[in-house]
Design a binder for this molecule. Sequence first.
Ligand code: PEP
Length: 251
Amino acid sequence: MMVRARRPLVAGNWKMNGLRSSAAELSRIIQGAKELGAVDLMLCPPATLIALFAAAVAGSAVRIGAQDCHAEPSGAFTGDLSAEMLRDAGASAIIVGHSERRIHHNETDADVRAKALAARRAGLCAIICVGETHGERENGRALAVVERQLDGSVPDGATAENLVVAYEPVWAIGSGLTPTPADVAEMHGLIRERLQSRFAKEGQATRILYGGSVKPSNAKELMGVAEVDGALVGGASLKADEFLAIADAYR
Ligand code: PEP
């Protein structure tokens, strides 16, 4: 049996999908998780479902995360949610810097860094997303762009407990397209190098997920790439059987 340096994590990002009736899908995930190998499972539903889902996963191996937070702990920020509120609702991690937030909400690396620090302040893990656009890859700038995002978004003092990095090429999200395993290996190698040079042993132990059109049919190949410690899954996480089939790549 292969011994892994890091325990893999498969996290589902439901984005702006899901109602209370979707708890049935979560129940199937909780059931299915009992049959899986050594892999952590997390679901990040919309904030409206965090408390309900956190109660449902209590006592199971599934964890609940949030999709974004405000950098401040409280205050006059109508409509926003702090990391402390998300923790209070039952989240154990927060996705920050997803490309949909960077693009539609103009979030900068500095914003993402502040949100990652907010997650840490609340005692939560920040899942920091980085990834190049199609144009940037075409122009041969993918590595430089991701290195810049990583350096600007990941705060000092990161540990394997308070940080997960997700490499998500923007052009692969929701498109059905994926980078070649060689391109994934090159990018994850670069991310590992940067994390190790900044955080030494903690950088070695930090999990680096791949995200972008992961589905049951490509999960084994993508999860088998060097320095890939799991997946951040969008569309395919909405169906319990697909999500579980992806996590089953670690059987
Ligand atoms: C995502 O948005 O984080 C994502 C990976 O989406 P999808 O799996 O649908 O490409």
